[in-house]
Design a protein around this ligand. Structure first.
Ligand code: ZN
Length: 136
């Protein structure tokens, strides 16, 4: 019975490794990143006779604003419209990167449970990469 359990653990650990390898491969595809966010604004100009004064759909824009954190404070600056596409892409890349890292952490937690539970089993002996980086 114990042996069955170990086999199942080993199978789960293998699945973790496969999933982790898949995430690493995706990670490699991520392009440049930008740490911040891009806000698209539609504004009223303030002229009382302008359509924007009463109609939301007639507001002016879009104007692009870039925000990021600097020493705990949010900093923003207006962006030339022609730069918006690049920043949108880079911000999205960073979001993807973050969600991948979260997924990697999740898979790592699962793998750790399997590894520690079955560390005496030869079938699921840790591979060099599993623990090598914890020592220098
Ligand atoms: Zn206006």
């Amino acid at each position: 019975m114990r042996r069955m359990t170990e086999q199942r653990q080993g199978e789960r650990l293998r699945r973790c490794r496969t999933e982790y390898a898949r995430l690493k491969a995706r990670l490699r595809e991520v392009g440049f990143i930008y740490e911040g966010s891009l806000v698209e604004r539609w504004v009223r100009c303030g002229k009382p006779n302008c359509a924007c004064a009463s109609d939301r759909a007639s507001r002016h824009g879009p104007y692009f604003q870039l925000s990021w954190k600097e020493k705990g404070k949010t900093v923003s600056r207006r962006l030339p419209p022609e730069h918006a596409a690049l920043y949108r892409q880079w911000v999205a890349n960073r979001q993807r990167l973050r969600s991948m890292i979260q997924a990697m952490q999740y898979v790592s937690r699962k793998a750790r449970r399997h590894l520690l539970r079955t560390e005496k089993s030869e079938k699921v002996a840790p591979k060099p990469g599993d623990i090598a980086s914890s020592r220098r």
